[in-house]
Design a protein around this ligand. Structure first.
Ligand SMILES: C[S@@+](CC[C@H](N)C(=O)[O-])C[C@H]1O[C@@H](n2cnc3c(N)ncnc32)[C@H](O)[C@@H]1O
Length: 286
């Protein structure tokens, strides 16, 4: 498989997004400025899907989300972009924190949220489910400009008199694949720090699973074994062939999290249809 689109079989042609990062942003530090430059030049259409994740909507509408106390569940969406999933979760009763490294991205998200919270579009709900989530049960939305790998934004996720005990839900979609492969281990470590104790869950919509592991990103190609390696296996999650990525699934669980379920969603974005999976993780039980 050498293609960067599902089942195309065509030779690889670097996209505008890949060329942008290859030109100036190949190091870890330069990567964050690479994303900010795209936001500042209004090129967020290069990855924008235009609506929240159908797979996540279906998951959260399937059962009430467990939270430890008698309060609204608290969610984090790192690398939230325009905030589609942030808003959708708030409409479903979560207090949601959307984090993005780009201040322009955060401004764009705030504007999107203001409109949607006032008059939500149908794409925020599963078919026929809108009435189950009345206005007076919505949660709050907070957008923050910050780097996921730093801790300086964490204080904003705690209200006065509260101690921070981690999020009840963290959702990752096209955030891990936006990062350089060498950042994956730290991504897994941070997820372990930010996720609350059980029954809190990290939900990853795994994408892109079809892309050749040798090809450049973003999006960087991912596999089930890569998620497993960084979250449960305690590894780097860096593999350049499918066999090696698959064999990571046999590693003993030495990482911060354990996998609870992995499901093929019945609805997802067209870009991941036929390959996307939802991985659901929790802090390891001993
Ligand atoms: C591919 S986009 C995905 C956006 C969003 N999840 C969506 O589905 O529309 C990746 C996002 O991650 C943000 N980002 C990249 N590195 C980051 C970091 N270290 N901390 C926080 N956000 C970051 C970028 O600015 C960009 O908005």
């Amino acid at each position: 498989m050498t293609s960067n689109t599902p089942n195309s079989g065509e030779p690889f042609v670097p996209t505008k997004l890949i060329k942008h990062f290859q030109a100036n942003h190949t190091t870890r530090d330069a990567q964050t400025s690479g994303w900010s430059a795209l936001w500042d030049s209004q090129q967020n259409d290069l990855w924008d899907r235009g609506k929240p994740s159908p797979a996540l909507i279906d998951l959260i509408e399937s059962a009430p989300w467990p939270s430890r106390e008698r309060r609204r569940p608290k969610a984090l969406v790192p690398g939230c972009g325009k905030g589609y999933d942030v808003v959708m979760l708030a409409l479903h009763g979560f207090d949601v924190y959307g984090l993005d490294v780009s201040p322009t991205g955060v401004e764009t998200a705030r504007a999107y949220a203001a409109k949607q919270l006032d008059a939500p579009l149908a794409h925020n709900y599963g078919e026929g489910n809108r009435e189950k989530y009345p206005k007076d049960q919505r949660g709050e939305v907070t957008f923050m400009a910050g780097d996921f790998f730093k801790r300086d934004w964490e204080g904003k996720c705690v209200r006065e008199g509260e101690t921070f005990e981690g999020f009840d839900l963290i959702y990752d979609y096209t955030f891990l694949c936006a990062l350089l492969p060498e950042m994956r281990r730290d991504w897994g470590r941070r997820m372990g720090e930010l996720l609350g104790p059980q029954p809190a869950k990290l939900v990853c919509l795994e994408f892109p699973l079809y892309k050749d592991l040798k090809l450049p990103g973003p999006p960087w190609a991912l596999r089930e074994g890569i998620y497993y390696d960084v979250l449960a296996g305690g590894g780097t999650g860096v593999f350049d062939n499918d066999e090696a990525a698959q064999s990571a699934l046999q590693r003993p669980n030495k990482g911060p999290l354990e996998r609870v379920a992995r499901i093929r969603p019945s609805r997802t974005y067209p870009q991941g249809e036929g390959t996307d999976h939802l991985g659901i993780w929790q802090v390891k039980s001993w």
